[in-house]
Design a protein around this ligand. Structure first.
Ligand SMILES: Nc1ncnc2c1ncn2[C@@H]1O[C@H](COP(=O)(O)OP(=O)(O)O)[C@@H](O)[C@H]1O
Ligand SMILES: C=C(OP(=O)(O)O)C(=O)O
Length: 575
């Protein structure tokens, strides 16, 4: 039996199992869009120990708990869980402290790949309400018309949503090697012979096209060919000028346009292909927020893309996908050149031994965090939910690990693109992330951070604002025109939410990816004080902070907004 719980607002109605059915309550708790998933601590000063480990940040001590099922099968067990948690609550102490407590919401952001299961208005809306923060368009599939439709729908959602925003990430196809289209899936058994050819348009029971002409030159007899990162494998036995003959090692069902990797080898192709440049221009025209650039091998290609974006005045952040064996020796320079990285575990685990993947995941997350870059963990996070309504326990643990390691984003691929349970997958991811975050000790400064950001006053301010809000247990409120101050704050990982006010819709959208940031669009006044009052008023009206609650208000950044009034300051204000 799975038992997943989430901290949840009780406000003035503590654990009220009598109101509505367990299913109704579960639905309510599971509505987790960044804003609507507000989690308030209780009014009283009783301390709860959430879960099985105690933790000490005062801001969290009094956070109440309610039980949220991961699966529908768990709904009927809610009462049982509630009893269990009421029991656990009595172990808490009562030292709530003098500071009122901040609002909690999920900090780790959810990236959803949009595909045939989710490319309608209804599904985009529901995904957004379920907790999607970033919509990913995979340019390996679909065409510009189908991606345009999704972009327009996300923008429509953003335009009408009062309190939520979804960023758009365009993921380039890159120099990936794929098998061609098949009229129907082909079942292959171990020991059987199968051929890959560079001839176009072949798709039979014993031969399929490959989209890359140098495939025949890159592989040798004895190489191991992996389909979809190892779901099937083929031993290369011989080759001709246009075909590669193989013996099936691990069989299965071969479908259309599957990934092909040669174990231990990267394809000798440029990272950004002609198709990618075409897709990148499509992204510029549509003002997407992020590019996820596939198969980056060195920093050169990132500089090339950044220069191109500069030349067309496009402010699109570049996330490098770490998935190629060749990228590993250049990790530091690649990440330095970019705005963030994605641990693309599918291809990474095909090009490199699979046991390296968790180690690389941790290393890439640490590197990104020490350099102040965004980081996303991707692929197979809830793979079984493509066909099943509940996750495996190992998948749940995988999400928890990525959250604990401090990833900004966790990504769903086939689960939301073509899976049977896209909304449930998002809800599970939300619930697991929220539950895991509740156990991460707050109030501490990560030791490596603070060493790096010493170059600018705003970095000092982000560091000290985080110290201050952690010590006092307050949320942070920041005003940003470019997003940079909110991103800086996010990288220090304060314990409570960063409410990032911006008067730029594009900045608001981009900030949706960053850990702990709740981006809010608001017109700024000419006067700083009037803007602060407007912001605090809005937070209170939306139920994001309570009257009497303290917040840490940060006025800093590379381009201070009210330069004539002040330069940098941090204040603690009572709402
Ligand atoms: N825009 C799309 N149109 C059709 N199918 C899609 C689309 N995006 C994703 N898919 C389907 O979802 C699967 C998983 O998505 P993803 O992991 O992004 O793809 P892949 O691993 O093939 O690069 C894809 O293999 C494909 O079958
Ligand atoms: C995210 C990945 O890339 P794609 O889905 O484009 O294959 C991956 O390989 O893990």
């Amino acid at each position: 039996m799975s038992q997943v719980v989430a901290t949840r607002s009780i406000h003035s109605t503590p654990l009220s199992p009598g109101s509505g059915s367990a299913h109704d309550r579960a639905q309510k708790f599971l509505k987790p869009a960044t804003f609507s998933s507000t989690v308030f601590p209780p009014q009283g000063n009783k301390c709860s120990q959430i879960g099985f480990r105690s933790f000490s940040i005062s801001a969290r001590k009094s956070a109440p708990v309610e039980v949220v099922p991961v699966s529908l099968e768990d709904d009927s067990k809610i009462e049982e869980h509630l009893k269990h948690f009421r029991g656990m609550q009595q172990f808490g102490d009562s030292s709530a402290g003098m500071w009122s407590k901040p609002t909690f919401r999920r900090k780790t952001k959810i990236v959803c790949t949009i595909g045939p299961s989710t490319d309608t208005k209804e599904m985009i809306w529901q995904l957004a309400e379920a907790g999607m923060n970033v919509a990913r368009l995979n340019m390996s599939h679909g065409d510009h018309a189908s991606h345009q439709k999704v972009i327009d729908l996300v923008k429509e959602y953003n335009a009408q949503s009062k309190d939520n925003v979804i960023a758009i990430m365009l993921d380039t196809k890159g120099p990936e090697v794929r098998s061609g289209d098949l009229p129907q899936p082909v079942t292959l058994n171990s020991g059987q012979e199968f051929t890959f050819t560079i001839q176009r348009g072949v798709g039979t029971a014993d031969c399929v096209s490959v989209n890359y002409d140098d495939f025949v030159n890159d592989v040798e007899a004895g190489d191991m060919l992996l389909v979809d990162g190892g779901m099937m494998s083929f031993l290369v036995t011989s080759k001709t000028h246009d075909s590669v003959k193989c013996e099936v090692v691990d069989g299965g069902e071969l479908k259309s346009r599957r990934h092909l990797n040669v174990r231990g080898k990267s394809a000798t192709l440029p990272s950004i292909t002609e198709k990618d440049w075409d897709d990148i221009k499509f992204g510029v025209d549509n003002q997407v927020d992020f590019y996820a650039v596939s198969f980056v091998k060195d920093a050169e290609v990132v500089h090339e893309l950044k220069n191109y974006l500069k030349s067309c005045g496009a402010d699109i952040h570049v996330i490098v996908k770490i998935e190629s064996a060749d990228s590993i020796p250049n990790l530091h320079s690649i990440i330095t050149a970019s705005d963030g990285a994605m641990v693309a575990r599918g291809d990474l685990g095909a090009e490199l031994p699979i046991e390296e993947v968790p180690l690389l995941q941790e290393e890439i997350i640490n590197l990104c965090r020490s350099m102040g870059k965004a980081v996303i963990v991707a692929t197979n996070m809830l793979e079984s939910m493509i066909v099943h309504p509940t996750p495996t326990r190992a998948e749940v643990s995988d999400i928890a690990i990525a959250v604990r390691e401090g990833s900004d984003g966790i990504m769903l691929s086939g689960e939301t693109a073509h899976g049977k349970f896209p909304l449930k997958a998002v809800k599970v991811m939300h619930t697991v992330a929220l539950r895991t975050e509740a156990t991460i000790p707050g109030g501490q400064m990560p030791p490596n951070i603070g060493q790096v950001f010493k170059n600018h006053m705003s970095e000092m301010f982000a560091y000290h604002a985080t110290m201050m809000s952690n010590t006092l247990g307050t949320s942070t409120v920041v005003f940003t025109r470019t997003g940079s101050m909110a991103i800086l704050l996010s990288h220090y990982r304060p314990s409570a939410t960063i409410f990032a006010f911006t008067n730029e819709k594009r900045v608001q959208q981009k900030l949706a990816l960053y850990q702990g940031v709740c981006p809010i669009y608001m017109e700024f006044c000419n006067d700083a004080e009037a803007t602060f009052i407007r912001a605090l008023d809005l937070l209170q009206k939306q139920g994001m902070v309570k009257k009497g609650e303290e917040v840490a208000l940060v006025q800093s950044g590379r381009q201070p907004i009210w330069r004539f009034q002040s330069t940098h300051n941090i204040q603690i204000r009572k709402v």
